[in-house]
Design a protein around this ligand. Structure first.
Ligand code: FUB
Length: 343
């Protein structure tokens, strides 16, 4: 396993993007709290975001990457604070960023004044901000872990994926995909269960042209079991979506990847449309030290990279995590593999 990329702060949930040849990381900024660990994730009480950049990952591009010296990472400082966002009460969780038509967008989840998770957007002119937040959450947004994806079509069609179970409140939206469907009776409960229960799926919405709203309804992003062609079951905790949505595209194939949460895998599914359906295809990362696992996948300088986090630097404190990176590969069928396939 590679060493932490960033050691002067605790960082997690890394969303990596390449803009104009430079790699940018948009992570959560973990901090010490004395809040007791619980299934709601109250101990993840973050208050701001930093942006980081680096010019090269060459040091990691070899099988000997375990002993690599981390590349130089530039910390561009705080680009958004909870105190700057009028609707936020607490808990700035996993963010993501996008560039479209010359502007940059920082998407972030947080609890509103009623303690309900919503998703906000802040707009900037450069990848490192400054980012100006919209005064209200994105209309129609809910739950956590926004991941943006800008397609390579002529229109630069853009999408937002989101959702997270348990503390992320996704189980509160079983009656429908709008904030009005929020059902507080599921707070503190985990998710449906039983042989007939279908898994709760992540959500996807097309982003509007200004990237600050949804165009069209929020839909379920359905993940199918390959052996049945049916939606994954709720009790299939080793394969069902929990949190940490990420979308990337390689060739004509769309890859939706995610954390399985309580079973601690990073898993992925393949599809032919950004709306799905997707078919479960396997695991990208086995459990790491720490409860959560969260990631992004990006092509940089001709290689594919998995950014993720673990708790090695904090010696296993679940809410003090550190960003890491490792190279990943694809086999001839387009499946993600950890080792370079034989020539
Ligand atoms: O960082 C807080 C939460 O932990 C994220 O939103 C989840 O994906 C998990 O990594």
């Amino acid at each position: 396993m590679s060493p932490p990329l960033i050691t002067h702060l605790y960082t997690a949930d890394p969303s990596a993007h390449v803009f104009d040849g430079k790699l940018y990381i948009y992570p959560s900024h973990d901090r010490e709290t004395d809040i007791h660990f619980n299934d709601n994730g109250d101990q993840y009480d973050m208050v701001d975001y930093h942006v980081f950049s680096l010019d090269s990952l060459d040091a990691y591009a070899s099988p000997e990457s375990t002993s690599a010296v981390p590349p130089k990472v530039t910390d561009h400082g705080v680009v958004l604070s909870a105190a700057d966002v009028p609707w936020v009460s607490r808990q700035l969780w996993a963010p993501d960023a996008a560039r479209r038509k010359g502007k940059y967008y920082l998407y972030f989840p947080a609890r509103d004044k009623e303690s309900v998770f919503r998703i906000g957007v802040a707009v900037g002119n450069t990848p490192i901000g400054p980012f100006t937040p919209d005064p209200e959450p994105i209309p129609g947004s809910f739950s956590i872990d926004p991941a943006s994806f800008v397609d390579d079509d002529a229109d630069e069609s853009a999408y937002l994926y989101f959702g997270g179970l348990w503390g992320g409140q996704l189980q509160c939206y079983q009656r429908g995909n709008t904030p009005a469907h929020y059902d507080a009776t599921w707070l503190g409960a985990q998710e449906p269960s039983g042989p007939d229960a279908t898994a709760l799926f992540p959500k996807v919405a097309k982003l509007s042209d200004d990237m600050r709203g949804f165009e069209g309804p929020v839909r379920d992003l359905v993940i199918l079991a390959p052996e049945t062609g049916e939606p994954i079951k709720a009790d299939d905790h080793e394969r069902r979506f929990f949190e940490a949505a990420w979308m990337h595209k390689r060739g004509e194939t769309y890859y939706f990847s995610y954390s399985t949460g309580d079973t601690h895998f990073l898993a992925y599914a393949m599809g032919t449309s950004p709306f799905g359906p997707f078919t479960y295809a396997g695991r990208i990362l086995e459990p790491v030290l720490g409860w959560t696992t969260h990631h992004s996948i990006v092509e940089f300088q001709g290689r594919w990279w998995l950014f993720h986090h673990d708790c090695e630097l904090s010696k296993g404190v679940n809410h003090l995590r550190s960003v890491k990176v490792k190279e990943i590969f694809y086999d001839a069928q387009g499946r993600i593999v950890g080792e370079k396939p034989g020539e």
